[in-house]
Ligand binder design. Structure first.
Ligand SMILES: C[S@@+](CC[C@H](N)C(=O)[O-])C[C@H]1O[C@@H](n2cnc3c(N)ncnc32)[C@H](O)[C@@H]1O
Length: 271
């Protein structure tokens, strides 16, 4: 029998995709929950590969898109930390262009395969997903012509001129990365020509910590702290407004919409 060995830093997925035929979003897993040839999602990964799993926050954002298509129709969209690309694919069923970004050649290749596998879902509305490298730890977009997932100058211009929506699902789980994500969000919003709305989904994961000798949720608390800082920012360039969105919109996809799953909206308006 096949066996999976879980190491101390293995992160298990809460989401199990059951996909009876290949025309559904993402492909079927093999017996041990790992992708076989052409199958583009895993259910257990080391921490640095968490993007190869689909997280509940991706489904929550996908549900938002499916239940409010007019909000996103024809838009130019940027997804940060897209992982498998599921939410970008759903977005491209209504939006015009989705820049689906993450880091790591193998993750981006997996994401690109998912986009290609699901092209038929986007074609009717004419939407497209462009898988690109965007590392929150870098200050610039990679425009190296030799890089497989690098940006062209035209794409950078399109991003800055036309983006009105940014999405990011389950990207705040490490405080340093969360800081880098918010710095990236701030930098990008400051470079946009148009007002922009960012939707961030997050799952409040409760842990018992020895430091507090209690249940706490440090990653979530830090996320909330970053949101507050953003709202209080007065730089004379962009005004940020933060509000929580009640996930009361219909659930179209099959996953557990637990109460710890939250959605936040950040509106950026050039001053
Ligand atoms: C928990 S996964 C969420 C993936 C996907 N959004 C979902 O919900 O299924 C976090 C994502 O953040 C990405 N990420 C981590 N560090 C990053 C960085 N420095 N720049 C860009 N993306 C990063 C990971 O590669 C991963 O895809």
């Amino acid at each position: 029998m096949d066996q999976i060995t879980f190491h101390y830093d293995t992160v298990l997925s809460d989401v199990h995709l059951l996909l009876p035929n290949s025309r559904h979003l993402m492909a079927r897993l093999n017996r041990v929950g790992q992708p076989g040839t052409g199958e583009q999602h895993t259910m257990a990964t080391p921490l640095e590969d968490v993007g190869k799993q689909v997280w509940r926050g991706a489904f929550l954002l996908a549900d938002l898109i499916l239940s409010q298509p007019t909000t996103f129709r024809g838009a130019t969209v940027l997804e940060l930390g897209a992982g498998t690309g599921l939410t970008s694919v759903v977005m491209a069923t209504v939006a015009k262009t989705v820049y689906c970004t993450d880091v790591g050649e193998d993750l981006l290749s997996m994401c690109q395969k998912n986009v290609t596998l699901n092209r038929h879902l986007m074609e009717p509305a004419g939407g497209e997903v462009r898988v690109r490298l965007l590392d929150w730890l870098r200050h610039d977009l990679c425009t190296d012509a030799d890089a497989e997932f690098g940006w062209t100058e035209d794409e950078v211009a399109d991003l800055h001129d036309n983006t009105t929506i940014i999405i990011a699902a389950d990207v705040c789980y490490d405080d340093d990365l969360t800081d880098a994500l918010f710095r990236t969000l701030y930098r990008i919003c400051n470079n946009l020509r148009l007002p922009c709305t960012t939707y961030l989904s997050i799952e409040k994961r409760l842990n018992f910590t020895l430091r507090h000798l209690d249940i706490s949720c440090e990653a979530y608390d830090h996320f909330r702290h970053c949101l507050c800082e953003m709202q209080e920012l007065k730089d004379g360039r962009t005004c940020f407004t933060v509000e929580q969105v009640k996930p009361s919109f219909p659930q179209c996809l099959l996953y557990e919409r637990i109460e710890q799953l939250e959605l936040w909206k950040v509106t950026a308006v050039p001053v």
